[in-house]
Design a protein around this ligand. Structure first.
Ligand code: SF4
Ligand code: SF4
Length: 169
């Protein structure tokens, strides 16, 4: 382990190796919505949970054997990426329909702006490279990421065969 790595127990019996500066702070800036302009990877438990809340044929797509929430063209200027796209569930006002109506969102959405990789069988957590440029919530508050990792990394990640979060649509 290099000197800038920390091993943290995120949930009882569930450890992650922290590959970011432990002084990093984060507070989500709601109007930002950059992370909601991606197509969200759905782990199997999320896929089945989403089936209770939405029409999967309408809201999801499959890519390289994985299920994702669809990204779609939106007819608006805000809360979209450069191509005018955003997550199927991102409303015109920049709020998440799933979170608002069902108090639930896919595990992958909690992980942003972090990323999870697996090295030598261990979960490593770091900051997604593109987030340094686009996520407005990094280092704008007093809330240390390393002290709140349970909010970013749902326990389900430790139950998956492959919790890598870098897969994208
Ligand atoms: S990119 Fe960062 S600040 Fe923006 S909505 Fe996502 S988590 Fe929040
Ligand atoms: S499901 Fe909700 S939180 Fe996740 S990317 Fe879509 S709009 Fe954002």
């Amino acid at each position: 382990m290099s000197t800038d790595e920390r091993r943290v127990e995120v949930h009882p019996g569930c450890e992650a190796v922290v590959d970011f500066d432990p002084s990093l702070t984060f507070e989500c800036i709601e109007e930002c919505t950059w992370c909601c302009t991606h197509g969200v990877l759905l782990y199997e438990p999320d896929f089945f949970e989403l089936a209770k809340h939405a029409d999967l044929n309408e809201a999801t797509t499959t890519f390289r054997g994985e299920n994702f929430v669809k990204r779609e063209q939106k007819n608006r200027a805000e809360h979209v990426n450069e191509e005018g796209q955003a997550c199927f569930f991102l409303r015109d006002d920049g709020l998440c329909e799933l979170h608002l109506e069902h108090d639930w969102k896919p595990a992958r959405c909690s992980v942003f702006p972090l990323q999870v990789t697996v090295e030598d069988g261990e979960i490593h957590v770091s900051v997604r490279e593109s987030a340094h440029e686009h996520c407005e919530g990094l280092d704008v508050s007093e809330r240390k990421v390393i002290d709140n990792l349970d909010a970013f990394l749902p326990q389900v990640l430790w139950e998956l065969d492959d919790p890598d979060t870098l897969k994208e649509l």
